[in-house]
Design a protein around this ligand. Structure first.
Ligand code: URA
Length: 189
């Protein structure tokens, strides 16, 4: 499995499917051991911090994610973390991160291939981008958060994106309780 994922990452590193390739220093490499991970987390796209460190969720949203993982009885070592989009979508001449748009259908195929290799027992989508990519455009995080969805052969727990709690602090308590519930589903407490 690890060899297949290495080969996939090599392919992603040479991807020219969208203009983000022109600005790419390197795609962000997914983290975690896919052979033992209790769950695969899927975010949306890397930002400046992730590109700098080369790993997903390396900035403020990552700190929030670590807190939520703790609520579920998990650490980063217990999970595999990836994104729908592998290069950093930017705005304002590269100064700002932006939500991915037209890159999603061009990049999302890499995620599908990655999940086919890993065959995860459970997937947690973080926010709307990964939820809609894996479960269909009619799914919205406001309706689906915290509820188990079966899509193809995947068992998916949609969760709010950790960054949502930075912008909307009132979501923090709800997200915490849903991660506690996730931990129960995974037999962590
Ligand atoms: N937000 C994401 O969705 N993914 C990252 O890797 C970092 C922030």
């Amino acid at each position: 499995m690890l060899e297949k994922l290495d080969m996939l990452y090599d392919e992603i590193s040479g991807c020219q499917k969208c203009p983000l390739a022109l600005e790419r220093i390197r795609p962000v490499r997914d983290t975690g051991d896919p052979r033992t991970a209790a769950v695969v987390f899927v975010g949306e796209a890397p930002g400046a911090n992730e590109i700098k460190h080369g790993i997903p969720f390396a900035g403020e949203a990552g700190k929030k994610l670590n807190t939520y993982l703790e609520m579920a009885g998990l650490t980063r070592n217990d999970v595999y973390i990836t994104n729908v989009v592998r290069c950093r979508p930017t705005a304002n001449g590269g100064r700002k991160n932006r939500t991915p748009g037209k890159e999603i259908p061009l990049c999302g195929g890499w995620l599908n291939r990655e999940l086919e290799i890993i065959q995860p027992k459970a997937v947690v989508t973080l926010g709307n981008i990964s939820l809609k990519w894996l479960c269909g455009k009619s799914c919205a995080i406001g309706d689906c958060h915290g509820k188990l969805i079966h899509a193809g052969n995947l068992s998916i727990y949609p969760m709010y994106h950790p960054a949502a709690a930075i912008y909307k602090r009132e979501l923090d308590g709800l997200i915490r309780s849903e991660f506690v519930e996730l931990g129960r589903h995974l037999g962590r407490h």
